[in-house]
Design a protein around this ligand. Sequence first.
Ligand code: GAP
Length: 578
Amino acid sequence: MSEGERLTELAKRRGFYFPSSSAYGGAAGFWTYGPQGAALKSNIEDAWRDRYVVKEGHQEISAPDVMPEPVFEASGHLDGFDDMIVECGECGATHRADHLVEDNTDIEEAESLPNEEVMDLIADHGIECPSCHTSLADQPVDNFNLMFETNIGPGSSSPGYLRPETAQGIFVEFPQLSEYARNQLPFGVAQIGKAYRNEISPRKSLVRVREFTQAELEHFIDPEEDEPPLADVADVVLPLYSAAAQESEDGGMQELTVREAVDEGVVESEWVAYYLGVSKEWYERIGVDMDRFRYRQHLAGERAHYASDCWDAESEVDGDWIEITGFAYRGDYDLSKHAKHSGEDYTVFKQYDEPITVERATVDPDMSYLGPEFGGSAGAVADALEALAERNPDAFDGDEVTVEIDGESHTVPVDKTNFSVDEVTENGEHIRPHVVEPSFGVSRIIYTVLAHSYETDEVDGEERAYLDLPPEQAPTTVGVFPLMDKDGMADLATDIAEDLRTAGLSVTYDDSGAIGRRYRRQDEVGTPYCVTVDYESLEDNEVTVRERDTTEQKRLPIDGLADRLEQLASGELTFDDL
Ligand code: GAP
């Protein structure tokens, strides 16, 4: 059984996640998180919020999942958010063409190749339809837009889309959000929420799904002035697989500190490097195995339409590398596009330290001349003269000045433009912020954390499987068991469970089956501590506390138990300290 198959089996049996709507045959790419999975997901989201919102001092918002079509016209998703699709001429099944190439050749990133080349590779390698095994040679490789379309309200006059990334809900609201940040850069806005992609071939359970949760941070910066607090993570060692290394024969992974990566130009943007450092520590905290983790830079053809540089955090499962987070330098792409399409102001006013005096060239065209001369184009000519004065005042040096509008020249006597150069005092300027974006896929992180935490050993001559999840992430912190459901043991155990819940711990109460079975059940869902009430507890007010990873057991007083367990879970105490 592969690691992924074993995980899917455990996930279903123990209530982490399972295919949705299976009573009706299900729909590929949709999964329901069961009680353990929902708790794990919420703990991972809380740890993300703690690091990227609270500790970084950013704001969090919650925007709608459905957004109107103009948003995605502006963002470029309507035109450019495509994957390569190939349809089988025999059975009509559709497949992700680049994935077929990756699965059947040594090529690792076929997504970065042009469609025609992928079509040639399918023919050259005799790749067949995975469903009916008919050759796919000569079948066209087309683009398929991944967005789910819907209608807003009755009728079809107002098309909308389920957002393919939570980010657009932040970008669209920039003018408002900037005001909340008192128009002062840098500031970050985060969002944890659903994203939807109509994937051609959902696969590997949570890895490629059609509805998933993203945790995204859009950090708005002044590219001329703002610098990240690099010193905070300067010594964090990054496992880096650069585009240059991927393209060279003998290139491999490099281990560089954040500072070295920036100084040596391996990671170009200090902001991206900062978040790679922060995130490496965060992944360790939530239980990603650092021996199965790397940062890989996107190849030029692989980058999304908005990104000028991008690094992915990747985790290894079953020998495959999975992209779990993208770190993109989005520049001013999104804010410029939304400004252009909406006509709203997507800038911030940057105040100078001291007011400055500058020479400003202006025009005040004589419309009584332009009107009769240029008719319906007179307004456009006036605008073009204004823009030219700002851009190139020297153009007004002669008797006439010429502007181009839609390829047509319009010549105006300079004295009809009322051109002048005046000294003006300026207090600041409008600038368009740049965006640095760490974008986390929560479902892939859950998949990784579960795969990397799965361990087996032998206890009392039997093989035992357990998840060595960090206590902060574990769905349940404490399992409470009465040894037997008689002589007051169940009552005492119920009281203890209540006390621990009141103290804020996540508790499972279990009184069914042999005690060994109960331990195994909790081990398999990663519960770090179990508390057993036995006959002695009724006499001495002590319980047995068992640690998951070592299976070691210690007697502890019931009085103060919640404090002790909290200290253990937070890492303030180790089991040996008890
Ligand atoms: N806002 C940027 C953005 O959406 P992305 O690389 O397309 O960038 C970010 O997505 C993250 O979302 C990925 O790193 C991945 O973890 C997750 N993701 C993307 N598509 C997914 C899918 N179909 N199923 C599960 N997770 C997905």
